[in-house]
Design a protein around this ligand. Sequence first.
Ligand code: ARG
Length: 472
Amino acid sequence: MNLNTENIVSRSGRFSEGPSRDVADFSESISFDYLLAESDIKGSKAHAQMLCQVGIITTEENEAIQTNLNAIKEDIEQGKFEWKSDLEDVHMNIEAELTRRTPAGSKLHTGRSRNDQVALSTRIWQRSAMKQIGESLKNLQLSLLSLAHKNESVIIPGYTHLQRAQPVYFSHHLMAYMEMFDRDYSRLTDAYKRVNVSPLGAGAIAGSTLPINRELTAKLLEFVDEEGVPQVAHNSMDAISDRDFMLEFAFICSLIAVHISRLAEDFILWSSSEFSFITVSDAYTTGSSLMPQKKNMDIAELSRGKTGRVVGNLVSLLVLLKGLPMTYNRDLQEDKERIFDSWKTVLLTLDIWANMLKCVNVRADSCRKAASDPALLATDLVDYLVLKGMPFRLAHHAVGELVALAEKKNVLLCELGIDDFQKVNALFEKDVLEVFQLEKAMDKKHCIGSGGTKEKQKELKQWESRLAKYSL
Ligand code: ARG
């Protein structure tokens, strides 16, 4: 067999011929794992540095590797690098090119295997992917917060079972999403600790007899904890077959997508003529090819739709791992497209929402109209009786009777006469009608997290300091 640089890298001496065309096409991953190029080069540079420091390669060889890897990185960034599917994946493409450029390249793979190499590259890639998602998540929260501030005093009906329940501040409703995204952020921070562990040096399955220094490469690649202590995977078999970190990432992406999807559903409802709580500027809506009056919430609908794909990626990964025997199996090559897709989809969705939220106009008049439904304050009427000493269950029953009476008379609850109230229960006095003053009702809610006027103000205020603490 002709021992050119490509063959040295891609074919073992055991094989007399290369794979057939269909095998090469079926098994290549370069069409998608080229995304790992930067991470792969980073990992290789640290590995070479370590090989040099422990005396396995010379300073000159290390320098040749470093310089040529830098040049290859530049070529890739400028789109000048020619990816070859015959070389299967990103790792072999880069190593073959390095070896073509310098004979020292053939020493780079000393003490490592593609098994620890691919695990390393993916972890390095995922660390920055998680940081990007964190950044975009925070941006979305800032937009959400500013929309809440702009409409701080707007009141809307809150819904349970999609039936009008109790009045809430629009801003309190938005801040419920702030909490969801905040939990997503803390999940990212927590999962980051587990992705930030170096598998390099685990080799193919059982480490190496060579005097490699795993802690050194871990340090060089910033796989360290808050105290700067290198984080090295403890078990070589787990190091190369573990994909839990990807599953966690896929789950976090799924939950973020689900949260956006719920927000999308609210926005779609709110923008309908039936609700008319919001309008979204033309730039973020679309028309109909047939019906001239239509203004559709396509961004929200697409976000809701894309969530299906992101959840699907998580399920694919779970099923991928489910029956795998230890340790590395080629099945694992299928992991990357799933996390790449989840990352990209969620990132794009977060970014477009951060922009779209700046173009949302809240229709205070329609919100006011909907929130003025006095039935929303039926629970406050129950509390009125409770405060006068009536047991809750009986008070609930009495107000139920009033609701039925109003329905029968075809009037609003607040339009019943004082004699109607007193007929149902003598505890009702003239001041009962004050219960229906919406702003007063909002002021009366004092308990923590209730979204009453003062609580809502506090809630809005604390977000600045909560967001300032975000770091990944
Ligand atoms: N392209 C492979 C992957 O993505 C790299 C690891 C291949 N290892 C091996 N022993 N064939 O998983």
